[in-house]
Design a protein around this ligand. Structure first.
Ligand code: PLP
Length: 358
């Protein structure tokens, strides 16, 4: 199958094969990793190594803690304001799609949240420029989404927020391209796109954000609880973290994040080129300078043709191409593990479909 699922998404075949080999008897211990204690030396090694790999691939050394958390990226929408919004402060949000909007809505549930920039009125077509972003000086943080999964856009720069800590939801863009991670006080991502199967969310938090323990919120919701216990305060999602470990090694072995970007640009270009040379038959949802190299979104001349496109693509073994239910149209999610050949096949299918229906 050509797997263009938006998430959970394609995993590298080599990773799945290694996991299969190790599943029943992990490195000769006579048991599955699923069956052993998270306090065992085998698991502690995976935990520490995965944390190191994550920092390494993000280009960070010391000064940040890597946490493996439950509840999906959506829970972070709430735990960010719970941990960081102090009385008298506001949370500022750059709203560029439905996930950043959800983060903003959760901010409002917890405390005072304000909009630093939004491109909702332009139907998300073009991302705000630095000059469009107004940071309230009273902000505890600025929250942004670096890649907008549903809409199909990605920031080409990291906004300058001055002294206000920047927090990035990188769920659908992490490790797809080099990004200046040092500009972020916190990065987080649900694993289920570029990092592994679902079940774990990574949070990478700068030490200065963890100096005060927020005692007014429950223990499990405090980042400090997890940071002071090397992310082993309670039972972690062992299997998901093990899989992430294998995926991170795969990224490294395949040239690291810069090589991922190169491949992702080549892959997405195959599809964008068909859109741009289709004479308007295919129309991209996002302006070219804001387009995502992970989630490629476009429309056809009618909803009827879009339905037919999805139906015929399924018959050809293309999986997951229907756009998000809130947007419609087509979305091809070409995460790191989606091979070049799958994108080439999709580009060919699109050309062929247009020939018959254009
Ligand atoms: N943020 C972004 C950018 C996403 O793409 C998603 C899921 O697709 C989420 C947040 C929500 O993640 P989860 O399903 O892990 O809660």
């Amino acid at each position: 199958a050509y797997n263009f699922n938006p998430g959970p998404a394609a995993l590298p075949l080599e990773v799945l094969q290694q996991a299969q080999e190790e599943f029943v008897d992990y490195k000769g211990i006579g048991m599955s990793l699923m069956e052993i204690s998270h306090r065992s030396k085998e698991y502690e090694q995976i935990n520490a190594e995965t944390q190191e790999l994550m920092l390494d691939l993000l280009g960070l050394d010391s000064g940040y803690q890597v946490l493996f958390l439950g509840g999906g990226a959506s829970t972070q929408f709430a735990t960010i304001p719970l941990n960081f919004l102090k009385p008298g402060k506001v949370g500022s949000y750059i709203i560029t799609g439905s996930f950043s909007d959800k983060a903003y809505q959760e901010g409002k549930v917890v405390g005072e949240a304000v909009i630093a920039a939004s491109n909702k009125a332009e139907k998300w077509r073009s991302l705000p420029a630095q000059s469009d972003i107004q940071v309230d000086p009273n902000s505890a943080y600025v929250h942004m989404t670096t890649n907008n999964t549903i809409e199909g856009s990605q920031f080409s720069y990291v906004p300058d927020t001055g002294n206000v800590p920047l927090i990035g939801d990188m769920t659908s863009g992490i490790l797809s391209r080099p990004i200046d991670a040092k500009k972020f006080a916190m990065i987080y991502a649900g694993a289920q796109k570029n990092l592994g199967p679902s079940g774990v969310t990574v949070a990478v938090i700068r030490d200065d954000m963890l100096t005060e323990e927020p005692k007014h919120i429950p223990t499990m919701l405090r980042y400090t609880t997890h940071a002071s216990n090397s992310s082993l305060y309670n039972t972690p999602p062992v299997h998901s973290i093990y899989m992430m470990n294998l995926v991170l090694k795969w990224v490294k072995e395949n040239g690291g994040v810069a090589a991922m970007e190169q491949r992702n640009m080549e892959k997405s270009k195959l599809i964008y080129d068909v859109i741009d040379t289709s004479g308007g038959f295919y129309e991209g949802n996002i302006d070219p300078d804001s387009r995502s190299i992970m989630n490629i979104t476009f429309r056809l001349p009618s909803e009827e043709l879009e339905k037919q496109f999805v139906k015929e693509s399924l018959q050809q073994n293309f999986i997951g191409l229907a756009g998000h239910r809130s947007v419609g149209g087509i979305r091809a999610s070409a995460y790191n593990a989606v091979p070049y050949a799958a994108c080439k096949a999709l580009a060919n299918f699109m050309t062929y479909f247009q020939k018959r229906n254009g």
